[in-house]
Design a protein around this ligand. Structure first.
Ligand code: PHE
Length: 453
């Protein structure tokens, strides 16, 4: 049998995993949540969630993947054969496929905005809200964009773990970090940017309701790509000398830094333009920012053009590296479980996602009247079910699985690389997985279903 692929270096491991974590959630969703939930106070809670829940759960997925060196579904089958836990393996694979179907639609929008920014349209359009609606409701333009980003992702995945995922992450992630640094400097140099900084750095704890705290938890899970099968799948390609806790810490650090830096890019710019509101909701990136780019740089339009172009390139890179990580779990599953070639497995995933992605995309236009459960469109349905149902359910099961079911010595061996590295606070770690995480996730779940509001 052919030898199973693995990542070639520790840097590759960290950059690929960070590529999964750093995505639209960081640049798009995080600043929006910060904007509407009390600025720095939200950031403090978010960081606590990452440290206390995010990292432990990420490590739990790493343990499962690296120990078995199998795709997510077969990993659970190996660790708990014939038990209901196996369900989680399939759920992980399915969730990642499910997310890819709608994530690719928004990723397609970033491609369109990148081209519009290059052509100078984003910064000159008079009504950015109308521009956005006109594009997203168009019958085929957003579909073409979605198909193009899916094909870009396909090209990477078909090349395999080292030549595809690792190599492209090593190229794209440093570029992404460089763009962020350039944009932060640009944004800080704008007149009036101090107000944006004050907004981000001054905590307003009066806004911290229980539902805000639970949103911070939900956001940290989504941002770290927890319970979607991707961390477990990537970890199955980790080498035996990779240090799981250290890798999780580095990934969480990069992910959180990028999220906060995105806030630093967006808010000074937003505040330098007097009449746009910082809590503009999900339209922030596609509707508010184009106006901001145009107005903030009215005196030197080429800087606005450059800023907009770099920003949408950043968004596209972030989206692509995340898409790769949600493509791989299903591809790896098909490839290993059914013993087909990587080429065939990749093709099945790409084509099926494009097919469903078309429906999601059309739900902003011709299919906007087709409603599912609770009046949701296709897109809303995919977003809701994956991010608000599968994700908490998956996180809940994973924490119970590693906390209660897995052999304690197996977990310890993985965390200490068979006793060769030190691990402090092992019992605290297990305690978190056994009690804290399941309880917290249970609350997130109920909150997201709207039971506390
Ligand atoms: N973590 C990614 C983000 O922040 C999203 C993602 C979700 C990536 C699921 C992979 C899997 O946007």
């Amino acid at each position: 049998m052919e030898k199973r692929a693995n990542f070639g270096s520790k840097l590759g491991i960290i950059l690929a995993s960070a590529g999964s974590a750093v995505g639209l959630g960081n640049v798009w969703r995080f600043p929006t949540e910060v904007g509407s939930n009390g600025g720095a106070a939200f950031i403090c809670i978010y960081v606590l969630c990452v440290l206390l829940l995010g990292i432990p759960l990420m490590v739990a997925e790493f343990v499962i993947g690296r120990h078995t060196h199998k795709n997510t579904a077969d990993a659970y089958r190996q660790l708990a054969p014939g038990t209901p836990w196996v369900f989680q393996g399939y759920l992980g694979v399915f969730t990642s496929w499910f997310i890819l179907c709608y994530y690719s639609v928004v990723s397609g929008w970033t491609l369109k905005y990148l081209f519009s920014a290059i052509a100078g349209k984003v910064t000159t359009v008079t009504d950015s809200a109308a521009y956005f609606v006109e594009f997203t409701s168009h019958p085929w333009a957003p579909i073409i964009c979605m198909v193009v980003v899916m094909l870009l992702c396909h090209i990477v995945i078909v090349r395999g773990v080292q030549e595809g995922i690792e190599r492209s992450s090593k190229l794209m992630m440093p570029l992404l970090l460089l763009i962020i640094a350039v944009l932060v400097v640009c944004s800080f140099s704008m007149p009036g940017s101090e107000d944006g900084l004050r907004f981000l750095l001054k905590p307003d704890f009066s806004k911290l309701t229980s539902s805000v705290i639970l949103s911070a938890m939900g956001q940290s899970f989504f941002s770290l790509s927890i319970a979607m099968g991707c961390l477990c799948t990537y970890a199955s390609y980790f080498t035996d000398d990779a240090r799981l806790l250290k890798t999780a810490g580095s990934v969480a650090l990069i992910d959180t830094t990028v999220a906060v830096m995105s806030g630093f890019i967006i808010f000074p710019a937003v505040f330098s333009v007097a009449d746009v509101s910082p809590d503009a909701g999900p339209g922030l990136v596609f509707i508010t920012l184009p106006t901001v780019f145009e107005m903030a740089f009215a005196h030197v339009p080429w800087i606005g053009w450059f800023f907009a172009m770099m920003f949408y390139l950043l968004l596209l890179l972030a989206a692509l590296t995340s898409m790769m990580s949600i493509h791989e779990p299903t591809t790896a599953f098909l490839l290993e479980h059914f013993q087909i070639s990587r080429r065939a497995a990749t093709r099945i995933v790409t084509l099926s996602c494009i097919f469903v992605g078309v429906l999601c995309s059309l739900s902003f236009g011709p299919l906007s009247d087709v409603k599912f459960l609770f009046g949701m469109t296709f897109f809303d349905f995919f977003d809701f079910v994956s991010a608000k149902v599968f994700l908490p359910v998956g996180g809940f099961i994973i924490s119970l699985f590693v906390g209660w079911k897995l052999d304690r010595q197996l977990v310890r061996d993985e965390l200490t690389n068979q006793g060769t590295v030190k691990m402090h606070f092992f019992s605290v770690y297990i305690f978190i997985l056994k009690w804290v995480a399941p309880l917290a996730i249970g609350l997130i779940f109920l909150n997201e279903l709207g039971l506390f509001s």
